[in-house]
Design a protein around this ligand. Structure first.
Ligand code: GAP
Length: 442
């Protein structure tokens, strides 16, 4: 993990939040490369959960919500963690994560355990009074539940159907840590899939499998994933059944995503609390009911961490070690780097033209600093699948070299077919299919 944190900082993936002020605990900033990686993760999720399906629609609800939402959802009373404080140094810990009865920092005694609500409070409007207290959402899904009727009435979807949302959530975690694994501000990718009661168990299995397949499709090794079934007595207040998808992080297997059967808990609570009907009329079955909900809920930042961990490799290369991220092409933050062999004007002009031709199609970097070997190494550390090298020969034959990240093999292709070749390669077509006139450079 230490290596990863330092590489992420050095290469512009992730920086500590408020860095020049010694940081802010549990907050992280995504740099120029990290922001691309994170966007790709969200994009891949959205594509598979919304765009490629006919039964799921999207939503982008407000982070700030009426405080009554959290009363109805049970968060005001239930969204708590057990907290103990050291009587000596006053450090606070989550009681359920402690390995000893003494403070790990100074050996002091702990206070009695108390429940600590992890929702962030703030005020709406200019007066800081009790009536103006609102909360930063601790999960995105409540925005989906309160919009259930709005979406149903406007989208013409019939059950079973889902509403998906990606956005920020905030939790005032007692302890944060393990890099971006547990932070106080993070993003979630949640989908609430509304089903007919009685079909919920089947749909639960469907979504658990679909979500496992998604991780594998984007390059996470199956042996690094596992499923943990929550025991009945430890389920969240809203859940009938929950399974976590676990990933083998450097600190051990831990939760990447939760799949929950929330039954009709949330819609019933909001119906009671708001007085607005959450009823659904099923024309096929000719009956009214409040739908059950299956929820796959994944953390964007935890996904980013899992993709970073899984893709990271240190490979012997001659007498050096090559550090490389073997990202799936859809996840890789930079798809193509254009590297002119020299900064000489005639070469730079051609390389800039090549870059301009590719930039509208792929996230592309132009790099003309340092030796070509060091630039390849740098792109390996960013996980860039392809580097395009423009050399003096290119001025004569209008061809450039494509260097592949994983095999380090090189092929020479005409500039005229470069975009097409890279498109095919990034779409996962066989690397050995050379464009007409392409030659393998050994
Ligand atoms: N709506 C259900 C829900 O929020 P959760 O298990 O509390 O369920 C879902 O959270 C996912 O959100 C987790 O599996 C994790 O990936 C992510 N997550 C939760 N708390 C987090 C935190 N403090 N930092 C980063 N990610 C977090």
């Amino acid at each position: 993990m230490e290596k990863l944190v330092s590489l992420c900082q050095r290469r512009g993936f992730i920086f500590p939040g408020s860095d020049i002020y010694e940081g802010l605990s549990g907050c992280w900033d995504y740099g120029p490369v990290g922001v691309e990686l994170k966007r790709n993760v969200k994009e891949a999720w959205w594509r598979s959960m919304v765009r490629e399906r006919n039964d799921v629609v999207g939503l982008d609800a407000s982070i700030l919500m009426n405080a009554r939402v959290w009363e109805a959802s049970g968060h005001l009373t239930e969204f708590t963690d057990p907290l103990v404080e050291c009587k000596n140094c006053h450090l606070r810990f989550r009681a359920d994560n402690l390995e000893s009865e003494k403070c790990p920092s100074c050996g002091g005694e702990f206070t009695e355990e108390r429940r600590f609500n992890t929702m962030f409070k703030t005020f709406i409007g200019p007066v800081e009074e009790d009536a103006a207290v609102i909360y930063l959402r601790p999960e995105t899904c409540q925005g989906i539940f309160v919009n259930f009727q709005n979406v149903l009435n406007t989208s013409r979807k019939r059950i079973p159907f889902g509403i998906a949302q990606v956005g920020k959530s905030f939790r005032n975690e007692i302890t944060t840590g393990n890099f971006i694994f547990r932070s106080r501000e993070f993003e979630q990718m949640e989908m609430e899939y509304f089903v007919k009661p009685g079909t919920d168990e089947e749909w639960f299995e469907h979504w658990l499998q679909a979500r496992m397949d998604w991780y594998v499709k984007y390059g996470i090794r199956r042996e690094n994933l596992d499923v943990y079934e929550h025991p009945k007595e430890k389920l969240s207040h809203y859940s009938k059944r929950t399974c976590d998808i676990l990933y083998r992080f450097p600190m051990g297997f831990d939760e990447l995503e939760g799949i929950a059967n929330r039954a009709d808990f949330d819609l019933t609570q909001h119906q009671k609390s708001s007085g607005k009907s959450m009823d659904y009329f099923d024309n096929e079955a000719n009956e009214h009911y409040i739908p059950y909900v299956i929820e796959p809920s994944s953390g964007v930042d935890r996904c980013v961490l899992a993709f970073l961990c899984d893709a990271y490799d240190e490979e012997p290369d001659k007498d050096e070690i090559r550090v490389v991220f073997h990202f799936h092409p859809d996840i890789a933050p930079i798809k193509v780097a254009v590297l002119p062999l020299s900064r000489k004007e005639n070469l730079a002009a051609v390389a800039k033209d090549v870059h301009a031709g590719l930039a509208p199609c792929f996230t592309t970097q132009y790099d003309d600093t340092q030796s070509i070997g060091r630039r390849y190494r740098r792109q390996d550390e960013l996980g860039t699948p392809y580097c395009v090298t423009v050399d003096f020969q290119s001025l004569e034959d209008n061809r450039v070299t494509i260097r592949e990240r994983d095999s380090m093999a090189q092929i020479r292709v005409p500039v005229a077919t470069l975009r097409q070749t890279l498109t095919a390669k990034l779409a996962g077509e066989n690397f050995s299919i050379l464009p007409e006139g392409g030659t393998v450079v050994k």
